[in-house]
Design a protein around this ligand. Structure first.
Ligand code: DX5
Ligand code: ZN
Length: 231
């Protein structure tokens, strides 16, 4: 259980899982359904074997919603795109620590561009690395990055708990990949407070509002210590 009072739970819609042919309409529906932010997966075909969106799509999303836009950079040179995404209207940028030799410098560059920096960790990257860098948000990948619809990797809950113990409330912890309501509840009990919702929750049905309610219900359990006594 998180040693500190958890931040309010935030649901972030992974827009790559939406009906891309009607993107602006999808974003309006997600906003009406009660989503807290939009998660934009940017892939360059090098850091991950897939290609998705660029700054121009973020600019379209910016015109369609006032929700915070979180860009998840799965690219080999994240620093090359900071200015472009800032100009497009992104609010946060998560970069992969595996793709960046100077994370302090890049986090500062993102902040100077007016966005909030975050670090994403691949499933096999030691969470202990976060001990040595100060960013407000960390995204723990529950799957190998690059594709939606994958399976939650079992060590994820332990990794979230370990990260929560290391950082002791100084970072907001998110999970990304196969975040079903059941997996979200496990991650929250370990210390997560941001949940990237994709094909295993929000986009598993047509009624976004009921999927949001289902996720909020799964996350609404009692945080008191008795709830998590060893069982
Ligand atoms: C994977 C992306 C995730 C993914 C989530 O590389 O970072 O955001 O789109 O999709 P699901 O929830 O289906 O795994
Ligand atoms: Zn993502």
């Amino acid at each position: 259980m998180s040693p500190h009072r958890p931040q309010a739970d935030k649901l972030s819609a992974s827009i790559m899982c939406s009906r891309l042919g009607e993107l602006a309409n999808e974003v309006c529906k997600l906003e009406a359904a009660g989503i807290d932010s939009i998660h934009v997966d940017v892939m360059d075909g090098h850091f991950v074997p897939n290609l998705t969106f660029g700054p121009d799509i973020v600019a379209v999303l910016r015109c369609a919603t006032s929700l915070p836009l979180h860009v998840h950079l799965m690219v080999t040179d994240p620093g090359a795109y900071v200015r472009r995404f800032a100009e497009a209207g992104a609010n946060s940028v998560y970069f992969h620590i595996e793709a960046e030799r100077y994370p302090w410098r890049l986090a500062a560059q993102i902040g100077e561009a007016g966005m909030t920096p975050g670090i994403a960790l691949n499933p096999s990257t030691a969470v202990d690395l976060i001990r040595h860098i100060d960013v407000p948000h960390v995204l723990v990948m529950a799957v190998e990055p690059g594709f939606a619809g994958q399976r939650w990797l079992p060590p994820t809950v332990h990794r979230v708990r370990e990260l929560s113990q290391i950082t002791r409330g100084r970072v907001g912890i998110g999970v990304d990949g196969n975040v079903s309501p059941e997996n979200a509840a496990l991650a929250k009990a370990a210390g997560a407070s941001l949940f990237v919702c994709g094909t295993s929750s929000l986009f598993s049905g047509d009624d976004y509002a009921s999927e949001v309610r289902r996720m909020r219900t799964a996350l609404s359990f009692d945080e008191s210590p008795s709830r998590h006594s060893a069982s």
